[in-house]
Design a protein around this ligand. Structure first.
Ligand code: BES
Ligand code: ZN
Ligand code: ZN
Length: 492
């Protein structure tokens, strides 16, 4: 499906379907189409068929051109924000997939709204692309979808609008690829598969990509990654991707948790908890596709991506509760629960990322069930040691609607991970204990030293249990839009 701009008047659109948005409780839509279709528009509102409510869709057949007008409700105007446009666009695209619509035109300006045309174009484009992408690779009978083009009719032919479309199309396309990788079964997307894909994609984008295999990891003392991966025949990999533009003034290291399948290890998960654990590499996937977005957008900021890839399997060589690991940093970790493996592999990956001397480090990880308890799936947890960095991540979260919410890393939490036999332990205890998300964050902080750092816990946001707006069931690709927006803000 292609998304393009059009500067024709909405009603002279050659598309078979024109989408119009409207708010709930506004005085009707007559006049919206230069007097044309006024009686039909009046009829659907006076009959109560369409009141502009959130989620409402109503089709009008015009017996002319365009063939149909699709009315989509935006809900109450007082509650309007850009995400309502994204969700409404996704509804229109999803609806069109189900019937024979070939070309959709969006008419941009919902009346009297405070957002710029570029912001609206961006939102329409990204939501259309995101809603269109479904993971149906393994379906024998694929739905016959005719929708081929989405046109966004706007008023001004300006660079800002064209740039907005190209920016959001690039990012949304990478979010779709990110989702596809996460949705790939864990038996296929093993560490070597993901590192191979990273190599191939980076070669196309002329990005430097280094893959460290088990031997290299042994040489460099990445014992934390090796310990978690020890039960699996699919050996771990550590991937470093470098985007190094000449005009960069600042450098970010992005570090992703890439557990290609989290069985829990010897502390085996229940069937219900294990069901979606192929997505435990969502952090690494988000880092990979953020790097690819940033490179394609040619953003003037240096970015290093570090992917820690390993399986958390069960077997005779499995690492065990009671083990003490000497991590790459030299600091020792006592393992009390093999299912708290993400923080263990990140200890090596964070330490490794410091070697690139970044100004900021941000790690992304499906780290704790406790973060889901705290925030559900409406926000990712953010923790860190630099208030300004966290504020900028929060702002990018509001813009993209990949919202984040800060959880505190009070000094006192350090005692929670104090070990009797090593420098730190990986869980407080195996008895019920509180603060799981911040305890994990505090554990990570030990390995970043004085670097400015933020940790994103995406356990609640990386996977959607049902179709919702522009996120179909399965991987959401969270992190790509957020981080790309953050890095683009460096260029502004
Ligand atoms: N990968 C899980 C966290 C997770 C849970 C991600 C649900 C996405 C959805 C992580 O490795 C894990 O198992 N964490 C444990 C930690 C506990 C043993 C301290 C958890 O949260 O239960
Ligand atoms: Zn786990
Ligand atoms: Zn995990």
């Amino acid at each position: 499906m292609e998304v393009k701009l059009s500067f024709e008047k909405p009603l002279s659109s050659t598309s078979d379907t024109l989408v119009l948005f409207d708010f709930e409780g506004t005085p009707g839509m007559s006049g919206m189409l230069d007097g044309k279709l006024d009686s039909q528009l009046g009829e659907v509102s006076s009959s109560g068929d369409f009141q502009g409510k959130e989620g409402q869709i109503c089709l009008i057949y015009t017996y002319g051109k365009p063939k149909r007008v699709m009315l989509v409700g935006l809900g109450k105007k007082e509650k309007f924000h850009l995400n309502r446009i994204r969700i409404a666009a996704a509804q229109a695209v999803n609806y069109s997939r189900g019937i024979g619509i070939v070309e959709l035109s969006f008419s941009v300006t919902p009346r009297q709204v405070v957002f710029s045309e570029s912001e609206i174009v961006s939102s329409l484009a990204e939501a259309s692309i995101l809603a269109f992408n479904k993971y149906d690779l393994y379906k024998s009978e694929k739905p016959q979808v005719k929708l081929a083009t989405v046109k966004i009719c706007c008023q001004k032919d300006e660079d800002s609008v064209r740039n907005a479309l190209s920016f959001s199309s690039i990012v949304a396309k990478n979010v779709c690829s990110c989702r596809d990788l996460i949705n790939t079964p864990g038996t296929i997307s093993v560490p070597a598969y993901i590192s191979g894909l990273a190599l191939e994609l980076c070669r196309k984008m002329k990005l430097k990509c280094t893959v460290l295999d088990k031997k290299a990891l042994q040489k460099m003392g990445a014992n934390a990654i090796l310990a978690v991966g020890s039960a699996s025949e699919n050996e771990p990999r550590l991937v470093a991707i470098e985007y190094n533009p000449e005009n960069a003034k600042v450098a970010y290291a992005l570090v992703g948790k890439g557990i290609t399948f989290d069985s829990g290890g010897l502390d085996l998960k229940s069937a219900a908890a294990m069901e979606s654990m192929k997505h435990d590499m969502s952090g690494a996937a988000a880092v990979l596709f953020t790097l690819l977005s940033v490179a394609e957008l040619k953003l003037p900021v240096r970015v290093i991506g570090v992917l820690a890839l390993t399986e958390n399997a069960i077997g005779p060589n499995a690492y065990k509760p009671g083990d003490i690991i000497k991590t790459m940093s030299g600091k020792t970790v006592e393992v009390l629960n093999t299912d708290a493996e993400g923080r263990i592999i990140l200890s090596d990956a964070l330490h490794y990322s410091k070697g690139f001397k970044p100004d900021y480090i941000i790690d992304v990880a499906t780290l704790t069930g406790a973060c889901i308890v705290a925030l559900g799936s409406e926000a990712s947890g953010v923790m860190g040691n630099d208030a300004a960095l966290i504020a900028r991540i929060r702002e990018a979260g509001m813009r993209t609607f990949e919202r984040v919410w800060e959880l505190p890393l009070f000094d006192e939490y350090q005692n929670y991970v104090k070990s009797d036999f090593a420098d730190v332990k990986n869980v407080v205890s195996n008895q019920p204990s509180g603060g799981g998300a911040v305890v994990a964050g505090k554990f990570l902080s030990v390995f970043v030293d004085d670097f400015k750092w933020a940790h994103l816990d995406i356990a609640g946001t990386a996977w959607s249990d049902s179709d919702s707006g522009y996120n179909p069931k399965g991987a959401t690709g969270v992190g790509v839009r957020l981080l790309t927006c953050l890095l683009a803000s460096e260029a502004r």
